[in-house]
Design a protein around this ligand. Structure first.
Ligand code: NDP
Length: 499
């Protein structure tokens, strides 16, 4: 007998995690559930494979990672269709997500040797008789825990960089997108058949918790702030280092000299792509008084044109059925407290869909402004000037990304945003630039993926000094004489004591 599944809600059947489309309820696939007690053994198997992988060196890993990249690029339509079938994401959004992931694999593979490989560092006058050497050595096994909203981009953002740095990876995908997660590790195994360097463990939150306590050498987590705190607490028990990419409530600031058409276009996409289920999605806009009305009109006109539905629509279903209640609560709270819906509104939530909703004049203490909504909704509030916009944008504990539209002051405003990233005259673009680090501040987490910082996140700096000459002024030895110490005092005053 076939069990009845609630569309989009993961179910466990005969030891298998069954994944279904939130739009249609059609099964996307099933994967074996890992017993939490078995997770540590999976990490030990990865450790053995990781030793082989580390031994390949940068060139050997680069060649294999580029093979994996090519495979993803060639199968982009197949993977995009699976992302759509499992999470409901429109195929076009899935394609954009995969393109970004492919670019990150390519950059990490090509640049790991340059960024992490052994190099000489310059010595200074003090200890000039020694040369300095630095390299970043792999941790061993990195655990990666990922969310469902970008089931390719988010795990790849950690895994590709960790792999390029020479680590093995054990990946726990979200229970809402395990089939895409398994596809990623299967495709890697096809490109790198020799040893199981990149593997997955599947299940619910308890499997993720087991991974934190499994003996991994570092844990890279992407998900909500609430879970990030649990992950950090679990990892603290064994002093396992963590990288936390958590939630956000990103703001866009529209200054008086902004190109309003471009701002509205970027705002609508930044807020509503992937039905607003984007950690760096624009959830709040602060537009200065002189341009507020014209900007809102342009946003409403563009957002009102978007189609909502299962196939080929601009806005797909909400992936996690439970999120519908959060979105409804935020809209209701905003309206009850005096906000106005200029698009969508009270009846926008029609499970499994939410129609685009633009709320204006929403009190700053309402849930729609303060909490992560994760739906195709947006608040737009008017502010006197850019200073007030920055103050309000920075008033939340979150600090992930942000966007600024304007000319003269835009970059200066972007610098003042309390966030790890910002886009000037665009939205979300920093995520696709593999040369830039990605990560947040405050409740949005810490540590960085992507770019050189993202590579260094997955390597332990190893510092080596090597004697190249006899010490003229011996100091780090009991063989030093009182005369040596006196000369040292004289030297330090000469070198550093002057104003
Ligand atoms: P969750 O925090 O609910 O889950 C994230 C992952 O953690 C899932 O794989 C989940 O497994 C797992 N997990 C759950 N409980 C535990 C636990 N106790 N110990 C270890 N792991 C656990 O987040 P969502 O999947 O709902 O993702 C949405 C959130 O992710 C949003 O807040 C969003 O902003 C954030 N995000 C942040 C990004 C960033 O780069 N900063 C990027 C993308 C999303 P299971 O699903 O099986 O419960």
């Amino acid at each position: 007998m076939t069990a009845v599944h609630v569309p989009g809600t993961p179910a466990i059947e005969d030891g298998q995690l069954v994944s279904t489309s939130p739009a249609t309820g059609v099964e996307a696939g099933r994967v074996p559930v890992t017993d939490p007690a078995e997770v540590a053994a999976a990490v030990e198997r990865a450790r053995a494979a990781g030793a082989w992988w580390a031994g390949l060196g940068f060139a050997g890993r680069r060649e294999r990672l580029l093979r994996w990249r090519s495979l993803l690029a060639r199968r982009i339509e197949q993977l995009a269709a699976l992302v759509h079938d499992e999470g409901g994401k429109p195929v076009a959004d899935a394609v954009v997500e995969i393109v970004t992931a492919v670019e990150h694999i390519d950059w990490a593979a090509r640049n790991a040797g340059r960024v992490l490989g052994p190099r000489r560092v310059r010595s200074r006058l003090i200890l000039a008789e020694f040369s300095g050497h630095l390299e970043y050595q792999p941790y061993g096994v990195v655990g990666v825990i990922g969310p469902w909203n970008y089931p390719v981009f988010t795990p790849v953002g950690s895994a590709a960089y960790a792999l390029a740095a020479g680590n093995a990876v054990v990946f726990k995908p979200s229970e809402y997108t395990p089939v895409v997660g398994q596809w990623l590790v299967d495709s890697f195994a096809e490109a790198v058949p020799e040893h199981p360097v990149f593997t997955a463990v599947h299940g619910l939150g308890d499997v993720g918790a087991a991974l934190c306590r499994s003996g991994v050498d570092k844990l890279a987590f992407t998900g909500s702030t609430a879970t990030a705190k649990k992950v950090m607490a679990a990892c603290a028990e064994s002093l396992t280092p963590v990288l936390l990419e958590a939630g956000g409530k990103d703001a866009m600031i529209v200054d008086s000299d902004a190109d309003l058409d471009a701002a509205a276009e970027a705002c609508v996409w930044g807020a509503l792509t992937n039905a607003g289920q984007t950690c760096i999605g624009i959830e709040r806009v602060y537009a200065v008084e002189p341009v507020f009305d014209a900007f809102v009109d342009k946003v409403v006109e563009r957002a009102g044109r978007l189609t909502v539905g299962a196939d080929d629509a601009d806005i797909g279903p909400i992936t996690m059925p439970g999120q519908l209640d959060v979105i409804r609560r935020h809209i209701d709270d905003a309206l009850t407290r005096g906000g106005r819906a200029v698009l969508g509104g009270a009846d926008a939530v029609q499970p499994p869909y939410v129609h685009p909703t633009v709320l204006v004049d929403v009190p700053e203490d309402s849930a729609a402004v303060r909490e992560e909504t994760f739906g195709p909704t947006l608040t737009v509030n008017r502010v006197r000037d850019a200073d007030e916009a920055v103050r309000r944008a920075n008033a939340l504990p979150y600090g992930l990304g942000g966007s600024v539209f304007g000319r003269e002051r835009a970059v200066a405003i972007a610098r003042r945003l309390r966030s790890g990233m910002a886009s000037v005259n665009s939205a979300l673009t920093f995520a696709g630039m593999s040369t830039l680090p990605f990560g947040g501040v405050g409740e949005s987490g810490f540590g960085r993926i992507h770019g050189e910082d993202g590579l260094r996140e997955f390597g332990r700096p190893k510092a080596i000094t090597r004697r190249r000459a006899r010490s003229l002024l011996p100091s780090m030895t009991f063989e030093r004489t009182p005369g040596d110490v006196a000369r040292l005092v004289k030297a330090v005053k000469l070198m550093y004591g002057r104003r």
